[in-house]
Design a protein around this ligand. Structure first.
Ligand code: PLP
Length: 369
């Protein structure tokens, strides 16, 4: 008997590995593996979520007008060019589904977010990986990789898992020089962490080949509710709305996100706290021999001597109740991605890494002939 087979490309997808959340047998575990906001969401968002709970029998809004209006108000954007998704992951999926199919190429950078490749393959398209320059997006390398078949170019700025970002001039140069039938997708999942940065919104408005994606999962602390959005040219938003399910967001998610975006004071507080502890964490790790690039996001990509040391440190951190992220799947086997936690979490991480380093130093050299 022959069995039904999936569409081409589907079996090339490696399952997305989420950050672990527990260590067997340990309590007081700190999860620093998914770039979540250690302070949680705005109290106003929690209150809106609770209130929305009284209307669970009602279908949610299908045009997301209230949330789009709030985003537009707060950020000075055009509500009609905003589309909301079940996380920005869903916007990424819509883009691939709508614009890339068999024979089309979808570009992502060497250490780019895993969902670009997954969504491209799910759409039947061919993912194309482009080198970075020392863990930084390389616009020339991207332009060199563009062909007639290029449809989408995904750039996260700041990037995950590197934490680095490139300037608006470089981004604009990339958009200007793309082939005519390609769209630049600026993934701004961490844009809120960069003071004064619009995530590329002005470039979206100035051109017709740039889309920006954003999320409520990181700085706004609502990862559990799955709310993201995109901002793009009207012709693109019109296309994406056709593939979007009418009730893709929940009533509770919409309500909480609307309150979260309006609470600009809380967002600013989270941005400042993150910057403070990110700097402290990076400096303290560097002092004990674990360097990192300057991070523009809410995590630090800690570099170890090699894969063995990174894995051994990860194992040790786990015994101390600290869960960080291995990034070998992102071609960074000698690194660990550590989310910036609250003060106590950051201090625990540094203390544990120092103990790990000291223990390694005290050990007599073994192995070798
Ligand atoms: C976390 C993340 C996202 C998306 O998150 P959602 O929860 O789906 O909104 C998108 N891009 C990057 C680079 C991320 O790190």
């Amino acid at each position: 008997m022959t069995m039904i087979e999936p569409q081409p490309g589907i079996m090339q997808i490696d399952l997305y590995q989420g950050g672990a959340a527990a260590v067997a047998g340990l309590e007081n575990v700190v999860k620093l593996s998914s770039n979540e906001n250690p302070l949680g969401p705005s109290p106003a968002a929690l209150e809106a979520y609770r209130r929305a709970g009284y209307d669970l029998h009602r279908y949610p809004s299908s045009d997301h007008a209230a949330l789009r209006g709030a985003i537009a108000d707060v950020l000075g954007l055009e509500a009609a060019r905003i589309i909301c998704g079940a996380g920005s992951d869903e916007i990424i999926a819509f883009l691939c589904q709508a614009y890339a199919g068999p024979g089309d190429e979808v570009i992502h950078t060497e250490h780019g977010f895993a969902m670009y490749r997954i969504s491209a393959l799910a759409a039947g398209a061919t993912p194309v990986e482009v080198p970075e320059r020392e863990r930084v997006t390389d616009v020339d390398a991207i332009l060199a990789a563009c062909t007639e078949a290029t449809r989408l170019v995904f750039v996260a700025n700041p990037n995950n898992p590197t934490g680095t970002m490139i300037g608006s001039g470089e981004i604009a140069r990339l958009a200007e020089n793309l082939p005519p039938r390609a769209l630049l997708v600026l993934d701004g999942a961490y844009a809120e962490y960069v003071e004064g940065y619009d995530g590329g919104a002005a470039l979206v408005e100035a051109r017709d080949n740039v889309v920006m994606t954003r999320t409520f999962s990181k700085l706004h602390g609502l990862g559990g509710l799955r709310v993201g959005w995109g901002y793009g040219p009207s012709h693109v938003i019109d296309v994406l709305n056709r593939v979007r399910g009418p009730f893709n967001l929940t009533h509770t998610g919409l309500a909480a996100a609307e309150a979260a975006i309006r609470d600009t004071a809380y967002a600013a507080h989270c941005r400042v706290e993150n910057a403070r502890w990110r700097g402290w964490l990076a400096d303290a790790l560097a002092e004990i021999g674990v360097p990192s690039d300057v991070s523009c996001a809410n995590f630090v990509l800690a570099r170890f001597a090699d894969r063995e040391e990174a894995e051994a440190c990860d194992e040790y951190l786990k015994t101390q109740g600290l869960i960080v992220r291995r990034v070998a799947g992102y071609n960074l086997p000698h690194c660990l991605r550590i989310t910036v936690g609250d003060e106590s979490a950051c201090r625990r991480v540094v203390h544990a890494v120092r103990q790990f380093k000291n223990a390694a130093q005290d050990q007599p050299q073994t192995g070798g002939a």
